[in-house]
Design a protein around this ligand. Structure first.
Ligand SMILES: O=C(O)CCC(=O)C(=O)O
Length: 255
């Protein structure tokens, strides 16, 4: 890692130590779940802002990214409120990213997602869609922030432990990536929890059977020399730029 990258990460608080359990879970399973990462007041503000954005933006919600049938997607949260700032620059998340990438990285995107009643199913996938001739180099890390309680009934994501250590993509390895997987773990957790994961690990959304609120955020990072899911230079607004620290600008790669 370059000296400048280390300095920026230090300024962002990413030098905090991960617990031995977190390190072991990230290395062995490909994911770790952190309870109570979002404090109650912050959670309330996230819920209010999420719903206000959905109300305000209507059909334009995910124009910076992609839409998905049967879910509400809110894209480009970096430019849609200060409440999201502590998500993409959270010290613990950055410390985990530093560990998992083992090299320089940057923010890829920050989006919201809510499965509608009866919707939300996704095939098992990795967030890196290309072949991996450079396996086991890590290209992507993601985090799913539970804004509501998540359960098997309301469409919590599923994840298959250890699959970050497989070089092939699920669509190559599995006969039916849509089918239940014998090893799948359902992320059932109270609101305020965050799952941080090596995003090569096979995962996917499931169906919201009962229709209760199921808002999550995806705080997504990429190795620094790989493309961002959302080109931050293209979408960054003057208002956002004016409040960012040099280290945050570096993290978004909008300097
Ligand atoms: O929100 C979820 O349940 C997971 C979504 C996901 O994996 C994706 O959109 O790629």
């Amino acid at each position: 890692m370059s000296k400048i990258a280390s300095q920026h990460l230090t300024a962002l608080g990413a030098d905090i130590a991960l617990s031995p359990t977190m390190i072991d879970e990230l290395d062995t399973h490909g994911f770790t779940i952190v309870p109570n990462m979002i404090e109650p007041d912050w959670l309330d503000e996230m819920r209010r802002t999420f719903d206000a954005l959905v109300e305000r933006e209507g059909q334009d919600l995910a124009r910076e990214h992609h839409t998905e049938a049967t879910v509400t997607r809110v894209a480009n949260l970096i430019n849609k409120g200060t409440v999201w700032e502590k998500v993409w620059s959270h010290p613990l998340l950055l410390a985990a990213a530093k560990h998992v990438f083992g090299g320089e990285f940057r923010v890829s995107s920050l989006n919201g997602r809510e499965a509608h009643p009866g919707g939300g199913h996704q095939p098992l996938h990795g967030d890196w869609k290309q072949p991996r001739p450079d396996f086991p180099r890590v290209h992507v890390l993601n985090s799913i922030w539970a804004i509501d309680d998540l359960s098997a009934e309301n469409g919590s994501p599923r994840i298959i432990p250890g699959t970050h250590n497989r070089p092939e993509l699920p669509e190559e390895a599995l006969q039916d990536p849509d089918a239940p997987h014998p090893d799948e773990i359902i992320l059932e957790c109270p609101a305020g929890s965050v799952m941080i994961f090596n995003a090569h690990t096979w995962h996917g959304g499931t169906i919201n059977h009962i229709g209760s609120r199921r808002r999550v955020l995806h705080g997504y990072f990429t190795r620094r020399d790989d493309p961002q899911q959302q080109d931050q230079r293209r979408w960054i607004t003057e208002a956002t730029l004016s409040r960012l620290t040099p280290a945050q600008k570096w993290l978004l790669d909008v300097e």
